[in-house]
Design a protein around this ligand. Sequence first.
Ligand code: ADP
Length: 371
Amino acid sequence: MSAPPLTETQILDALRRIQDPDLHRDIVSLDFIKDLKVEDGSVAFTIELTTPACPVKAQMEAQAKEFVGALPGVKEVDVTMSARVTRGRAATDKQSISGVRNIIAVASGKGGVGKSTVAVNLAMALAESGARVGLMDSDIYGPSIPLMMNVSGSPTAGAGNRMVPMENYGVKLMSIGFMTPGDDSPVIWRGPMVMQAVTQFLYNVEWGELDYLIVDMPPGTGDAVLTLVQKVPLSGAVIVTTPQDIALIDAKKGLMMFTKVETPILGIVENMSSFVCPHCGERTEIFSSGGGRKMSEKYEVPLLGEIPLDPEIREWGDQGKPIVIAKPESPVAEAFRTFASAVAARVSVVNIGTGTADRPASGSYIPLKVG
Ligand code: ADP
């Protein structure tokens, strides 16, 4: 007697064993399984993730093959991995940007902690994973992104007088640096001017379809930054810190600012975490160690990454080639990729978490203890 034919229900039940570690639900109830086809022992389906930068993509694919392959009667399993990035739900009083799914602020309590470096490499790592990415430099005091991304010139006007963003390494770019005279004279930006320029970048640029628009924020927590945070429909914010106590105090101010305006904190990243000697490989904690981790525990915000101090980051950055692509195999590039995956995963959690029945609405469910 031949075995009863395989059913879709059997396949889905096998796939239900796979949990998304960030969303804490199985991939069937999350509706990740698409285009399921069963024919004479051949099974084909797509797993549609919430981000192409999913940290457990390979593991999920392997599990799906294993669990379905173990069902009696299955001869062949064809799994396609794809992603459809979730859309941030901006607060209703903010104007969203059509086509842009998520705006992510990269912020710091003070300058010089590597905020722009982190923003650039985050954008690069997300783009490398297959996401559609834009990078907006709103750091008025030192617009360093044109240099770091090796882009110069001025954006041209496109249809309807909207600016066409510059582009390099597959990332769309706008920078306040494109709007300065080009000589090295310092530009004194006042709050309202910053706001006007940044608003133009956001709403008057042809970003097209983007999964993530990374915004390199001006440093600090002053009025201009606060106004920006209040105006921009952010999916969430990443706070960059270094391990020194003084930087951590400033980072805490950043956390408080975003919390006050109910912007979800995606987490913090500790830059210049430790120094790995290029000669002997020994790790040295130049500043103090574990400050970012302690801070993340104290305020109950995720630690998204720890990026080592490595002179090559600056050297390649100055040459306009972000380390993620300049030295893709290096531990530093790997640290940036792990961090980018953590950011993408947090964005999915925040987006799926907002406004659903089992979780309270935006921001407030992020268990942030700031005091
Ligand atoms: P911010 O945007 O916070 O002012 P930048 O990203 O411009 O900081 O970084 C300041 C300087 O430090 C730059 O020269 C940059 O190349 C360098 N830098 C940033 N992060 C690192 C790191 N992890 N290791 C070594 N140099 C770094």
